[in-house]
Design a protein. Structure first.
Length: 477
């Protein structure tokens, strides 16, 4: 029995799927419920929905879906709002947040609003919902962590914050500035990691459990007491909506699941690398948005040029083939390039922080010992051979031989013909400029010559020699 669930930052998909087998779709926006209803599911559930940047789900499309015999249930966020507003017409609501809106205890949309990341990061929430803050402060009061007067003051301060800024660090900082009891604020800070209440998530899980009941054989089609009227406004929405976008969403969700399965089957190392890359992308884009970065046409074009050069896509036909092979439209490719422009900016601004974090990342992955061991061994061997900063003359090499050794022998590719191409390769490998790249190659050549017991034959023999030279960046055992 088909069930469609619109969910985003409130509940991770892994937890949702563990609770209920359903078709999970992104946060709902205007026209989505109508498109979903065209597929005639048994039930449609709304948890999350967009508020500002795109039109919100329309009340009338929910009424139309129910008139088609489809159960529509809401909770937690946009779902709770619409369920409270349409309860008289038969839309069902689940959870404490719905009950608060239904009774009038809560009225403002911003009570459930949060800022969240993109789909690639699972719509990770980047702020805290006011309803969650209220529930957490009540729990802290019941646990005698803070007094009732302090709770009321904190609630007022949180409510006064613009919803994208609502988070516990900012709230606690403001509490200190306002002179609230320092001992209570300290106790609340200690309480939060384990005591934080995620009421939106609790209500979403309750919704999924309710959906299991609705999907039972004893629950028939939805019956309503109203007569649905086809107005001009409704006809306009039908013309704008159509069914194509919804069908594409379902297809994209299924294909994404298949893709992630293939990556996981490739092994923990591949999946781990993909996961770190995805996390870096999500956080980088969130930071760029937080800083208000606007991608100008110049920044966009620079990102496109750099990307095409990096992937060898200077030829227009090759670029189009690549875009098609990656399952992209030209519009989606441009969207990715705008994101690349933002990430390039973040990488530049936070370059020193990234370098410092590299060591810790290598420790977490277990690769630190191998790389650090090879670096120490190289330093000692070069110092012993008086080659700490070797020159071409010290190594009996010409400039051409050095580049050929690295690109042809070590990398199995031709030497870049243009200085700009050589610089791009150096920067892509993590070097600041051509000179830093050249210095590293001279040190690597000198190290391998001493390690392998070879002299000038490294250039001529390369990998064909009796001893196998380690590949670039391959840690020694």
């Amino acid at each position: 029995m088909n069930i469609y669930v619109f969910v985003g930052p409130t509940l991770p998909l892994e937890e949702a799927r563990a609770e209920l087998d359903a078709v999970y779709l992104p946060p709902v926006e205007q026209g989505d419920v109508y498109r979903a209803a065209l597929d005639k599911p048994h039930a449609i559930a709304i948890v999350d929905g967009y508020f500002e940047r795109v039109p919100t789900v329309w009340h009338k499309e929910i009424l139309w879906a129910m008139a088609q015999g489809i159960h529509v249930i809401g909770s937690s966020s946009m779902g709770a709002l619409r369920a409270a507003e349409l309860a008289a017409f038969g839309m069902e609501g689940v959870g404490a947040i719905y009950e608060a809106f239904r009774s009038g205890a809560l009225e403002d949309d911003d009570e459930v609003a949060v800022v969240h990341g993109p789909a690639e990061g699972g719509y990770r929430a980047l702020s805290e919902a006011m309803v969650n803050i209220r529930a957490t402060l009540r729990a802290a009061t019941q646990a005698r962590v803070i007094r009732e007067t302090t709770r009321q003051a904190l609630e007022e301060m949180a409510k006064a914050l613009f919803y994208p800024e609502r988070c516990y660090p900012i709230l606690l900082e403001r509490a200190g500035e306002r002179g609230l009891p320092a001992d209570e604020i300290a106790a609340l800070r200690a309480f939060l990691p384990a005591g934080r209440i995620d009421q939106k998530k609790r209500d979403a899980l309750a919704l999924l459990r309710r959906l299991r009941e609705v999907s039972g054989l004893t629950v028939g089609p939805k019956r309503v007491r109203y007569s649905f009227e086809h107005t001009d406004a409704w006809e306009q929405l039908l013309n704008q909506a159509g069914a194509r976008r919804f069908a594409a969403q379902v297809k994209e969700t299924a294909e994404e699941e298949e893709l992630l399965e293939e990556v996981a089957l490739a092994g923990p190392r591949h999946y781990g690398a993909a996961r770190v890359g995805a996390m870096t992308r999500v956080l980088g884009l969130a930071l760029a948005r937080q800083q208000g970065l606007q991608v100008t046409e110049d920044l966009l074009q620079a990102a496109i040029d750099a990307f095409r050069q990096r992937h060898g896509l200077e030829d227009e036909a090759a670029a189009r083939r690549w875009i098609a092979a990656q399952g992209l439209t030209e519009e989606r490719f441009l969207e990715l390039m705008r994101e690349e422009a933002q990430l390039r900016w973040i990488e530049t601004v936070y370059a020193s922080d990234f370098r410092k974090a590299t060591s810790d990342h290598l420790r977490v992955t277990g690769e630190y010992a191998a790389y650090a061991g090879r670096a120490r061994d190289k330093r000692h061997r070069l110092a012993a051979a008086h080659l700490t900063e070797p020159t071409l003359g010290d190594l009996h090499l010409s400039e051409e031989q050095l580049w050929r050794w690295y690109f042809e022998t070590r990398r199995g590719q031709s030497v870049p013909a243009e200085p700009a191409e050589l610089l791009r390769h150096a920067q892509a490998a993590g070097f600041a400029n051509r000179d830093a790249f050249r210095r590293a190659l001279l040190r690597e050549y000198g190290y391998l010559r001493g390690t392998l017991g070879q002299e000038e034959g490294l250039v001529e023999r390369g990998e064909r020699g009796g001893a196998r030279a380690r590949s670039w960046f391959e840690p020694s055992p």
